[in-house]
Design a protein around this ligand. Structure first.
Ligand code: SAM
Length: 220
């Protein structure tokens, strides 16, 4: 399984500095503490960070951030930022990033953000790396996109309901959508999910998890 390798997308994403509206919308659900990202308790993981637009946004919200990418050159200016940890890693070859000995082995995060990247074998590890109460914000291209533009390779496109199926019974799904977004920073067919690792934390008689706001107030 692969990711979005096309050079057009690589250069395009580096030109975009604004965080995705989906990430902005749900970032307020990320708890300020609770992870064990090393000495950065409550850290948020920006996986396949690219230029770090989401990690930078989350830094601005006060979180400690771990940014992972195989190309960390666009993140060089964050090297002196004490709340940013930059990890150079190829997540698809060699030692697995979440496996014992890997840079993220045994670490959990209050939030994990993945935008415009898909490597299906990582999804299990991503879910396992959420701290109790941790929030997963995932958004990438999806089936139907092939009619409009790259990526067209099905390996790079989530199938209808795929993230729902992968997360069902593991995380509380707060929001999900799959469809054409012509106003997105990179227009196309997107699948988006926000889910919280709190299915086990119910204090209700019926075992249902407590609700989260679907339109939490955004910070600037
Ligand atoms: C389309 S960009 C998205 C970047 C960022 N998430 C954003 O939304 O702006 C995909 C990113 O995935 C990274 N990437 C692709 N394959 C990778 C791999 N095997 N290991 C680590 N990072 C990878 C690329 O370097 C690139 O920064």
């Amino acid at each position: 399984m692969q990711n979005i390798h096309h050079p057009d997308l690589r250069s395009r994403h580096l030109r975009i500095t604004e965080p995705s509206p989906w990430v902005r919308r749900f970032a307020p659900l990320i708890p300020p503490g609770g992870g064990n990202g090393g000495d950065k308790g409550g850290a948020v993981l920006d996986l396949a960070a690219g230029g770090g637009r989401h990690g930078r946004y989350l830094l601005g919200l006060g979180f400690s951030v771990v940014l992972v990418d195989r190309n960390i050159a666009p993140l060089a200016d964050l090297a002196g930022e004490p709340r940013a940890e930059i990890i150079e890693a190829d997540m698809e070859t060699g030692a697995a990033v979440f496996a014992p000995g890997g840079p993220l082995a045994g670490r959990t995060f209050a939030g994990i953000v993945v935008v415009n990247y898909l490597h299906r074998p990582l999804v299990e590890d991503i879910v396992a790396a959420l701290a109790p109460g941790g929030v997963l914000i995932y958004e990438t291209f999806a089936s139907g996109n092939e009619r409009f533009q790259r990526p067209r390779n099905p390996d790079h496109l989530l199938k209808s309901g795929e993230l729902l199926d992968l997360l069902r019974d593991r995380l509380q799904i707060v929001a999900y959508e799959h469809g054409l977004d012509e106003t997105a920073e990179i227009p196309g067919v997107k699948q988006r999910v926000c889910a919280v690792n709190d299915l086990d934390a119910s204090d209700r008689d019926d075992g249902e998890p407590g609700p989260h706001p679907v339109a939490p107030e955004q910070e600037k």
